[in-house]
Design a protein around this ligand. Structure first.
Ligand code: NAP
Ligand code: ZN
Ligand code: ZN
Length: 348
């Protein structure tokens, strides 16, 4: 039997989000139906709601930082039981057969993975995300939330967490590496914690010194304001890895100047407009400019377990769904410490 749930949807680039209902697909033999308890507001939700990445298909229920409790399982589900604490991130399906899916890197699926929202699901309908009371997901794409991680502070890890964990691991952040995190927002504040837990020397590069105390408390050894006139000159050549989490376009050449020989600037932010760079900025110190998109399911579980083991969680401001538009504006204004999380009980 399909289940109808209450949800909040974006209906145009400019209108406030509006209450709606969605019919979840029937729970198939390998499916899990989840009662969503909390859902984080990722900046990607805002880019999508406002059609900043090309034309969005409306109406769309956003949300890919989902934490909840299993409400129903299909007959062949083996890994989950009703009552389990679970999460869903940006991926809800993929081909499962290509070489990337087979090695657990579904984010590189050659067929294109199915995104939690704004994709076409296996039933042919547009997928709808987590600003809702429930979701049905095939068990292979459901994550286990470890004991000791509360659901509200775990939710943002499902996107922000894996998006920073994956490149930090890939580019070898650890003892002896100097990592800069640009932008202390949703992604950035988790990146600081993970990089510090991996043993790297961490510097926060924020627009101002407003959040300095938080940055140092989260595990950074250093903190600098990018608006200060001497910052780029003072820190030139002093990092092995720079993670750019800024949601807007930045001066790529300026951030490349901060790297030491063989260093890498990894772009995680997905700005509305293209960013360019001068090849000369890479040349003299054999630098790399890279980007990274979320992470696969196996790595997402690894990240959740790592966070639980190291006491890492998101710092959240929990809101009712009636405040979601105000929250969007505040995220764009960098006025949240550090992730809004919607309490889905307020949908009722
Ligand atoms: P967020 O919470 O808004 O954080 C972005 C931070 O960037 C802000 O806190 C602010 O930090 C800084 N910032 C914002 N506007 C700026 C500007 N005009 N100039 C300089 N700095 C500015 O956003 P988020 O949820 O962390 O997401 C960040 C970006 O990553 C978004 O574009 C999002 O779509 C993208 N994203 C990518 C992936 C991926 O897989 N690659 C996954 C999730 C999200 P300070 O106040 O410290 O300066
Ligand atoms: Zn996201
Ligand atoms: Zn595949």
């Amino acid at each position: 039997m399909p289940t109808t749930v209450r949800a909040y949807a974006a209906t145009s680039p400019t209108d406030p989000l509006a209450p709606t209902t969605i019919d979840l697909r029937d729970v198939g033999p390998r499916d899990v139906r989840i009662d969503i308890r909390y859902v984080g507001i990722c900046h990607s939700d805002i880019h999508t709601a406002r059609s900043e990445w090309g034309a969005t298909r409306y109406p769309v229920v956003l949300g890919h930082e989902i934490a909840g409790v299993v409400a129903e399982v299909g007959a062949e589900v083996s890994r989950f039981r009703v009552g389990d604490r679970v999460g869903v991130g940006c991926l809800v399906d993929s081909c499962r057969e290509c070489r990337y899916c087979r090695r657990g890197d579904e984010q590189f699926c050659t067929e294109g993975y199915v995104e939690t929202y704004s994709s076409t699901g296996r039933d042919g309908r547009p997928t709808q995300g987590g600003y809702a009371e429930g979701i049905v997901v095939t068990e292979d794409f459901v994550l286990r939330i470890p004991d000791g991680l509360a659901l509200d502070v775990a939710a943002p890890l499902l996107c922000a967490g894996v998006t920073v964990y994956s490149p930090l691991r890939h580019w070898g952040a650890g003892p002896g590496t100097r990592v800069a995190v640009v932008g202390l927002g949703g992604l950035g504040h988790v990146a600081v914690q993970v990089a510090a837990a991996l043993g790297a020397e961490v510097t926060v590069l924020s627009q101002s010194l407003r959040k300095q105390e938080d940055g140092l408390r989260l595990g950074a050894g250093h903190y600098a304001a990018t608006s200060a006139p001497d910052t780029f000159a003072r820190l030139a050549g002093s990092f092995d890895l720079v993670l750019n989490t800024v949601s807007a376009s930045v001066d790529v050449d300026a951030y490349l100047s901060l790297l030491d020989v063989d260093g890498t600037l990894v772009n995680l932010g997905i700005p509305e407009h293209p960013q360019s760079l001068d090849v000369a900025s890479l040349l003299m110190r054999r630098l790399s400019y890279a980007a990274s998109n979320i992470g696969g399911i196996r790595e997402t579980q690894e990240m959740l377990d790592f966070c639980a083991a190291h006491g890492i969680a998101a710092e959240v401001e929990t809101i009712g769904v009636d405040r979601v538009d105000e929250a969007f504006d505040r995220v764009v204004a960098s006025d949240v410490r550090y992730r809004f999380v919607i309490d889905t009980a307020t949908l009722a």
